[in-house]
Design a protein around this ligand. Structure first.
Ligand code: ZN
Length: 173
């Protein structure tokens, strides 16, 4: 993980990803973190509720099915986009844009770990430098937390097993 940190400091995302993969590979299979962007995103979404601004109903973010809607000519002139991603409230059927909709994080009692991390964010050309750095930092943070959590779990389990072995030996003596 120290290698990942130094690669992160140098903004070397491929080295960082390689280092994370190496850390994961060192763990026994049952502690290994899966690298799967779509799985990570759907797990992360399930922690959010989206709130309808018409009827104030809260719906789980992974239950609603956002879809693309062709926008009006006026909206197209303003945003420069032909489509807008919208969602429909299951209670009142009110349709509104996903972007800008209010969401609420569902509070869990325990810090939650998914045992899944997304793939490293890709860079969309030179102009995207600032956006990419923010994504890189977020990705790095997610990966560190998930991997370190599994390492800690493994260490705890390993230590417990060592205690057991010692305990058995003492009982035999
Ligand atoms: Zn509604």
């Amino acid at each position: 993980m120290a290698d990942a940190r130094s690669a992160f400091d140098k903004k070397d995302i491929s080295k960082c990803a390689i280092s994370f993969e190496a850390s994961i590979a060192l763990l026994p299979k049952e502690y290994q973190v899966e690298i799967n962007t779509s799985k990570y995103e759907s797990l992360a979404r399930s922690r959010h509720n989206i709130i309808c601004d018409n009827c104030e109903e809260e719906s789980s973010r992974d239950v609603i099915r956002p879809y693309e809607l062709l926008v009006s000519n006026l909206a197209r002139l303003i945003t420069g986009k032909r489509f807008s991603t919208v969602w429909k409230c299951p209670k009142c059927s009110h349709v509104r844009a996903l972007e800008g909709s209010q969401t609420k994080l569902i509070k869990w009692h325990q810090p939650n770990y998914f045992k899944v991390i997304p793939e490293p964010p890709s860079r969309r050309g030179l102009h995207d430098r600032i956006g990419w750095e923010a994504k890189f930092e977020k990705w790095y943070d997610i990966c560190c937390k998930e991997i370190e959590h599994q390492v800690a779990l493994y260490r705890t389990e390993y230590a417990a097993q060592q205690d057991e072995v010692v305990g058995v030996n003492l009982a035999d003596a």
